[in-house]
Design a protein around this ligand. Structure first.
Ligand code: PMP
Ligand code: GLN
Length: 419
């Protein structure tokens, strides 16, 4: 008998496991590759292309120089969890226990995955508010859970992210005896909406009524912009509402806060039993997270208030947002003004873009922006469940976490092709 596997066995061997078989390539991989191919200005995938602050880069170099090269503590380097407890204690209005109420994750993406693995049983339902960061639903599905989708609503032509609303009756109807968790994202990718205190209180009431947990993804917590008249817009942390600390895990990301998305350092903060559940999953996913980079993020958190860094970040991003809004408006595109995050949705219904059979319109438009305008956008439909993807037919997402030179070049290309 031959030792070679038969052809039939090989064909079977290459079939992916059921839990991943339905997944395609992420929209970010597709559009970043396309931007490269067409030499387009990539305002698609959200990652800063400007340098990270000197204080965090120096700290990483020093940590490697000091040979902090071995496995970190599973739940996170002591110095980092201490720095997070110092930073977030006042923001949550409570003293945080760095050893039991914080776990360091491989970016917020792993925080989402480990939360689902640690807290969702097969058959449990998880409410996702659409549009949502695209990793939410695969994370629920890989835990054996069932996503239940509730789309935000907006009237045609809305020009402000804050005018997208959550229909509370629709949300109430999404709860069932099997609901385990609700995922909230504020400030929200891709709309740039910041949930108001009133909206959060209504969500909190439903969550408490149904005895459900919340994963509050607040990775854009520092990218919050005032009203046009200068009135402040408040980012309210869901966990600070009455009765919500006990049932909320809050996620943060050094990638967003310190412009180091490739470092993949994130954190989950919450009551000890929930953090413990996440840790139980986390210990079998990455086991621990990059030691010298954790040390560098600890230093950055220690330095940030002294450097007035968070205020600088918000002001810098506000100027970039306004630059992109002007560039879009100049050529007759209708942006939805975000109050937070580094994304802008744009109405595209008037653009004469041919839509090939079997392609979603927003995908065709996003490809057209790359190939015909030389500026890459992301189609928002992957941020929706299939039943609701039609809601994004006339929308594209651009990001503004880019150098002014790059935003200016995008503006030139918009003017040349659309002006
Ligand atoms: N949540 C949201 C809403 C995001 O936009 C992102 C950005 N990719 C993440 C989580 C993931 O963050 P990280 O890069 O830290 O994994
Ligand atoms: N959060 C970023 C975005 O939405 C990047 C996500 C990713 O590349 N996975 O653009």
């Amino acid at each position: 008998m031959s030792n070679q596997p038969s052809a039939a066995a090989s064909a079977r061997a290459f079939v992916p496991a059921n839990r991943v078989r339905g997944f395609g390539t992420t929209v970010f991989a597709e559009f970043s590759a396309m931007a490269l191919q067409y030499n387009a200005v990539n305002l698609g995938q959200g990652f800063p292309n400007f340098p990270a602050p000197d204080f965090i880069k120096r700290a990483a170099q020093e940590a490697i120089e000091a040979d902090l090269n071995q496995y970190a503590r599973g739940a996170g380097q002591i110095r980092l969890v201490n720095a997070l407890a110092e930073t977030y204690g006042p923001l949550f209005g409570r003293e945080l226990d760095p050893l039991q109420e914080i776990v360091i994750t491989t970016g917020a993406t792993e925080g989402i995955f480990a939360t689902m693995q640690g807290l969702v049983n097969p058959g449990d339902e998880v409410i996702l508010i659409e549009p949502f960061y695209d990793s939410y639903s695969p994370s629920v599905i890989m835990a054996g859970g069932t996503p239940v989708y509730v789309p935000l609503r907006a009237t045609e032509g809305t020009r402000r992210a804050s005018e997208w609303w959550l229909d509370m009756d629709e949300l109430a109807a999404a709860f069932s005896p099997r609901t385990r968790l609700l995922v909230l994202n504020t400030p929200m990718n891709p709309i740039g909406k910041i949930f108001s205190r009133t909206e959060l209180a209504q969500i909190a009431a439903l969550v408490q009524q149904h005895d459900v947990l919340v994963l509050s993804d607040e990775v854009y917590e520092w990218m919050v912009y005032p009203e046009p008249d200068g009135a402040p817009v408040e980012h309210v942390r869901l966990a600070t509402l009455p009765g919500m600390w006990e049932r909320t895990l809050t996620l943060g990301s050094a990638g967003k806060t310190f412009s180091v998305t490739g470092w993949k350092i994130g954190w989950a903060i919450g009551p000890a039993p929930l953090v413990h559940a996440v840790l139980m999953a986390h210990q079998w996913i990455p086991f621990t997270v990059a030691t010298p980079l954790q040390e560098a993020v600890a230093t950055a958190l220690e330095q940030a208030p002294k450097e007035d860094y968070y205020q600088w970040l918000a002001t810098t991003y506000q100027a970039k947002r306004d630059k992109l809004l002007v560039a879009l408006e100049d050529v007759g595109l209708t942006p939805v003004r975000p109050d937070g995050s580094y994304f802008v949705l744009v109405a595209t219904g008037h653009l004469p873009v041919p839509v090939p059979e079997g392609t979603r319109r927003d995908v065709a438009v996003a490809r057209w922006f790359t190939t015909n305008v030389g500026v890459t956008a992301i189609p928002p439909s992957p941020f929706y469940s299939p039943d609701h993807q039609y809601l994004t037919d006339n929308l594209a997402r651009f990001c503004f976490c880019k150098t002014d030179e790059m935003l200016d070049e995008a503006a030139r290309r918009f003017r040349a092709k659309l002006g």
